[in-house]
Design a protein around this ligand. Structure first.
Ligand code: SAM
Length: 212
């Protein structure tokens, strides 16, 4: 993700509390109260510019969505989308996923989406991959029992690492496609990265895994 310094980004986030969760600690154990309706919560970790989360919220009004993104300068682009869409069931959170357990209690989250997560190809950076066992432990600590992770990427190395990591952690494989755009899956919502890489001819990998 190319980052431009946007000094106004923080102010813009802070001036839209209806779309941006500014004090996530207050919702720990009661995320249903952050949204208009008490319904399942799906989070996307590393939401980037927010197309996936916004379109998912449009398509699934019976689910609440939360897009989590580390960089202010990126999440403000997602905020523009949310303002335009003006939906009650999608919000944004500008935090590092390493701190998820500070903001969510066990059972707050029904599903985690990981889309085109940064691959961190160097072995010494493996712990930064969002499918590293340390992150799988964090997701387990905030998900409902038998909660799921849905993961898409164009990066074969990251996908192989992730399948190993899921398997070693004891997650059950529910769905696997090694060429997702050629599969018969219906209703895929493309992320910004997915569109870019698939237009360049990259193959897209996808899986769904479940905690036992
Ligand atoms: N999901 C989007 C898509 O598919 O278009 C964006 C993909 S982009 C390659 C990965 C995003 O994850 C970046 O915006 C990055 O800032 C974010 N990210 C990486 N590590 C993160 C972390 N620890 N916590 C929150 N966001 C993170």
């Amino acid at each position: 993700m190319r980052l431009r310094n946007k000094p106004w980004a923080r102010e813009m986030l802070q001036s839209h509390p209806q779309f941006v969760i500014l004090s996530p600690e207050q919702y720990k154990g009661k995320w249903n109260t952050a949204f208009e309706k008490d319904q399942p919560l799906h989070i996307e970790v590393g939401t980037g510019k927010g197309r996936f989360i916004t379109e998912m919220a449009k398509a699934n009004p019976h689910i609440n969505y939360l897009g989590i993104e580390l960089y202010e300068s990126v999440i403000v682009v997602a905020l523009d989308r949310l303002i335009e869409a003006n939906l009650p069931n999608v919000k944004l959170l500008n935090v590092n996923a390493e701190k998820l357990t500070e903001y969510f209690a066990k059972g707050d989250v029904d599903r985690v989406y990981l889309n085109f997560s940064d691959p961190w190809p160097k072995t010494r950076h493996a712990k930064r991959r969002l499918t590293h066992e340390n992150f799988l432990k964090l997701y387990e600590e905030i998900l409902v029992d038998k909660g799921e992770i849905h993961f898409k990427t164009d990066n074969q190395g990251l996908f192989e690492f992730s399948l190993m990591s899921f398997s070693e952690y004891g997650l059950l494989l529910k769905y696997l496609s090694l060429d997702f755009h050629k599969s018969d899956f219906e209703g895929n919502i493309m992320t910004e990265y997915e569109e870019k890489f698939s237009q360049q001819g990259s193959r897209i990998y996808r899986c769904e895994v479940k905690y036992q």
